[in-house]
Design a protein around this ligand. Structure first.
Ligand code: P6P
Length: 349
């Protein structure tokens, strides 16, 4: 593959990786790329047009929706309606899943779960935000796809990716054959291959967690944070603390440099804050495909049972050796002990 190959050329070249590929997944990934370019255009000029700020509504998460959240959601859903390859969309911005019922989508086989604009609280302060997407094949073979088609474990994903709208705009995705990163070249309006075969270092010296919640963290997390802060030159500690508050930006940095990102259960988020279907599972797929590890502190994220559209999970993900060390600390306290720390109902399977 040549560097600067466009996303479209790369997708077509890799189409042969799929035994049943007749181009549908390629076209779906193309549709996502097109919507990402449209969203990028608005994110980049958010400060200039009246698209920053809030619309006064809140989503199912109880999060105040920002105009760009809504705009991004509409662009991706529209791309799926006209692209013809997607039968259902699950979005952070919609309480229920959406049947895509356009003439061109009647034989669509794919389900897309998406967080159209993750980290949107950072929009007003010009910090990188992102889109996260996850793709499944429907399990049912006829009639309308149903909730059962959506509630699949992360290990069933066909593809997953993120877009980071930052100092440059990148689309990073996997179809289970490694991770590749494409940078948007605004001069030609194309995502071009810039980071082939991305691999996360097995070790790192960056830990990423909102330490403001320290008093409400599980004991195992407190133990790990203290481990990160101990002076020990042999293990390059103390580590550096970096927390952007935009998961996609924190994850992208950790894939490039090495590091661990943790959003554990807390008193205010007794099941974790991040959503399993359209945040944890897709990022966990990418992290594993890049040679890293992703768990809820006790179990592999991709193996967790999915029982609800907007289900939340704790997440520890990044460099394999760092996640192993954090899990070692979590294992000092049983999941039941951790759960009892809060009145929460952390899903222990
Ligand atoms: P907190 C953004 O709202 C988000 O969903 C992730 O992108 C980010 O990592 C996390 O929440 C930040 O949450 O509680 O630290 O502000």
């Amino acid at each position: 593959m040549s560097i600067n190959m466009t996303l479209g050329q790369f997708i077509l070249e890799k189409q042969g990786d799929f035994p049943y590929a007749k181009g549908e997944l390629s076209r779906l990934l193309r549709d996502i790329g097109i919507a990402a370019k449209i969203v990028n255009r608005e994110v980049n000029k958010a400060g200039l047009v009246d698209i920053i700020g809030e619309v006064g509504s809140t989503n199912i998460q109880g999060e105040r929706q920002k105009k760009l959240d809504i705009y991004a959601n509409e662009q991706f859903i529209s791309a799926f309606q006209y692209g013809g390859e997607c039968c259902i969309v699950v979005s952070e911005e919609n309480d229920e899943f959406i049947h895509i019922e356009s003439e061109v989508s009647k034989d669509a086989k794919y389900i897309v779960a998406i967080d159209p604009l993750d980290g949107s609280s950072n929009i007003d302060v010009n910090v990188s935000v992102g889109t996260v997407f996850s793709i499944y094949r429907r399990k049912s073979v006829d009639g309308k796809a149903t909730l059962d088609d959506i509630l699949q474990k992360g290990v069933e994903q066909v593809a997953a990716g993120y877009v980071i709208y930052g100092s440059s705009t990148m689309l990073v995705y996997t179809t289970g054959k490694g991770v590749n990163g494409f940078t948007l070249d605004p001069s030609i309006g194309e995502f071009c291959l810039s980071h082939p075969d991305m691999r996360i270092p097995k070790d790192g010296t960056i830990y990423s967690i909102n330490e403001g919640y320290y008093t409400h963290f599980p004991d195992g997390v407190k133990k790990y944070i203290k481990y990160c802060q101990v002076e020990d030159s042999k293990t390059n500690r103390p580590y550096t603390s970096r927390y952007i508050g935009s998961m996609v930006a924190d994850i992208h940095r950790n894939i490039i440099l090495g590091g661990i990102f943790i959003y554990p259960i807390t008193a205010s988020a007794p099941n974790g804050k991040l959503r399993l279907v359209y945040e944890c599972n897709p990022i966990a797929f990418i992290i594993e495909q890049a040679g890293g590890k992703a768990s809820n502190g006790y179990q592999r994220i991709l193996d967790l049972e999915v029982t609800e559209l907007h289900q939340r999970s704790a997440i520890f993900m990044g460099s394999e050796n760092m996640v192993n060390k954090a899990e070692e600390m979590m294992a000092c306290f049983s999941p039941q002990q951790t759960k009892r720390n809060f009145e929460g109902t952390m899903v222990i399977q």
